[in-house]
Design a protein around this ligand. Structure first.
Ligand code: PMP
Ligand code: GLN
Length: 380
């Protein structure tokens, strides 16, 4: 018999990155910076690799990193975490999400997801025996659809996944939207799994508000972060989860049978990174904001309708002013003809969603963005 996994399609990030390689295209598809993260952190990782220890670290993560995560969350958001019982290190936010779903839901539980949704959520929910219930958001401002959410939530709902700043929309939820979300979580007595991997990549002076800081949410929310995104080290796959001990305990049970632990030298380096002061993070964000500004304006000049982007690595455009056809076909066309790859947003919907939106990644060197723009201008 066919296994369930054989019905999974290959993730769009792999498909588009392979196509980009094949056609020697500039890859503005998969979200990763084209420069390595801070040398200082890479040096700590390299030194620590040579000095050791290189054996299994504690299952919850090395104390140094768990303490640094707790201090980071206190410094930025005023969250008081007990690093021993309320913080766990994972091999990337992806593992953190899998642990949450395997640890918190029972077969048959409903899990509410806002769409467009990051691509691993729905396959993981299904694999954990959950039933995904999707609620679509609408371009261009991707406002929280409170009434639709209220309708989707039932007494069979176990949890909701919230991603802010959000991939692929670039939307960062406003305080009022988070208040409405918190009210719903309390009313339906559900958990919130908050994917906040882009917490530091938020622009225009906006502030990131973790849902866990809202009244009543401390004991029903887990907050997920990733060093990959915070420090432009996506290949390291160091993630973390913070939450109340009773919520984290079942998630840790899942973690022990997924990866159990994470390379110690990388954990040490991330601890140093998270200990930096606010200005360190702010300057990385400023650089990224300038790239967003450049690419958003250049794409608008080409004739795309550029949607608002509050944060993340991504800007989304409506292609209708430039192309008659579906987003997928357009992305194949620009990858093979213009030699610039991007991601069709329709892949972030479980059922039918819009097919006129395309996501471009701007976390690239300025000259690379300029070359990509010039290629698009010529081909379109
Ligand atoms: N969530 C979102 C919204 C993402 O964009 C990504 C990709 N960085 C992840 C989770 C996975 O993060 P990681 O690479 O740390 O597993
Ligand atoms: N988060 C990255 C993106 O949205 C992709 C990570 C991956 O390839 N799995 O592009």
């Amino acid at each position: 018999a066919n296994s369930v996994l054989s019905s999974y399609s290959t993730t769009v990030f792999e498909v588009m990155s392979q196509l980009a390689l094949e056609h020697d295209a500039i890859n503005l598809g998969q979200g990763f910076p084209d420069e390595d993260g801070p040398e200082e952190l890479r040096k700590i990782a390299a030194d620590s690799l040579m000095e050791g220890p290189n054996q299994y670290p504690s299952m919850m993560g090395i104390p140094e990193l768990r303490q640094a995560i707790a201090k980071h969350d206190k410094k930025f958001y005023g969250i008081n975490l007990d690093w021993k019982t309320e913080v766990m290190v994972t091999s990337g936010a992806t593992e953190a999400l899998a642990d949450c779903l395997f640890g918190l839901i029972e077969p048959g539980d409903e899990v509410v997801v806002l769409e467009p949704s990051y691509d691993c959520y729905i396959p993981l929910i299904k694999r954990a025996g959950g039933i995904p219930v999707t609620v679509q958001m609408s371009a261009p401002d991707w406002k929280l659809p409170i009434e639709e959410l209220d309708e989707a939530l039932t007494h069979d709902t176990k949890l909701i996944i919230i991603n802010s700043p959000m991939n692929p929309t670039g939307k960062a939820f406003h305080w009022e939207e988070l208040e409405a979300l918190a009210e719903l979580c309390l009313r339906y007595d559900i958990y919130a799994v908050c994917d906040e991997v882009y917490e530091h990549l938020i622009f225009d002076g906006r502030k990131h508000y973790p849902l866990i800081t809202l009244p009543g949410m401390r004991d029903r929310t887990v907050r997920i972060g990733s060093a990959g995104k915070s420090f432009a080290l996506t290949g390291w796959k160091i993630g973390y989860i913070c939450g109340a001990p009773e919520v984290l305990a079942p998630i840790a049970k899942a973690h022990q049978f997924t990866t159990f632990t994470t390379p110690p030298n990388l954990q040490k380096a991330v601890a140093a990174g998270l200990s930096k002061d606010k200005s360190y993070f702010a300057s990385m964000t400023k650089d990224l904001e300038a790239k967003r500004d450049y690419l958003a304006k250049a794409l608008a000049d080409i004739g795309f309708e550029v949607l608002p982007c509050d944060g993340t690595y991504f800007v989304t455009v409506d292609i209708r002013g430039v192309h008659n056809g579906r987003d997928e076909e357009f992305c194949r066309y620009i990858t093979t003809e213009a030699k610039v790859a991007a991601i069709p947003v329709s892949v972030f919907y479980d059922m039918e969603g819009p097919s006129n939106l395309v996501r471009f990644c701007f976390s690239k060197r300025r000259e690379v963005l300029e070359e990509a723009v010039s290629r698009l201008r010529k081909a379109l």
